[in-house]
Design a binder for this molecule. Sequence first.
Ligand SMILES: [Zn+2]
Length: 254
Amino acid sequence: MTNIDKVKTELELNSGLSTFLDIVIRLHPNLNKDELKGRYDLKNKYAVSIGAKNWHVAETTVRKRESAHTDVCCNKCGTKVNAQGFCIDETCIHWDWPQAMSPNIEFISEMSLAKLESKFGIKKRRYISAECLIDDDTHNVSFDASDYFASLNDQELLKSLLAFDSVDWCGDIILNEMINHFKQYDDHDILKFANYIQSDKCKNIIAECSIDGLDVHEWLKTYRPKVFKSFIKNTIDDDDNFCSGVDMGIKPPI
Ligand SMILES: [Zn+2]
């Protein structure tokens, strides 16, 4: 078990919890992992085993650390890295390969993606294509929305997925969420877009954001498989009305 002081991301914390639950299940094969995931006594036990006071403290500590991580710079080019640890310079090798790949960069051209990921225990970035649009098509902005999804805990992520899916992955609620999220990166293109649509020139213009739902599926399968399962289950179970009761708590744009 990795000590809480060394856990850098929420993803790492949750995967540690998952390993812990696997051990519990090995000892008690009659238990069901999906049910165990919701048990706070087990989450607390895991948190204590890695040196945190309880699960809430562990989660809060790691989230704070992860947001501070945005001040960390890329090993190779010195540009800032995002919350997932990827360089924000699209021309840099670490834009889509984690910083931990640094000593083994030469293998990238020699092996398949699957082999590289299993050999070095890392995951290449899964891009989620997204675009902010206005109805006259003059100021559209394309970007990677994965940083937004990675910043959410499981519950928030599921809520968000259901809400976005209910508007077929395109709408102003998505735009508002993206603007709110990317405010933390001072020079993100979305912020220029937000300023533009709030200017006098855009009084009667419709602005929205669309996200590639298939990219989201791929990303979920790689990074948040459990949430992906719940998402698919929810969309199948409630078919016509699966978004009822989902309160996004959408904040207004800046
Ligand atoms: Zn870089």
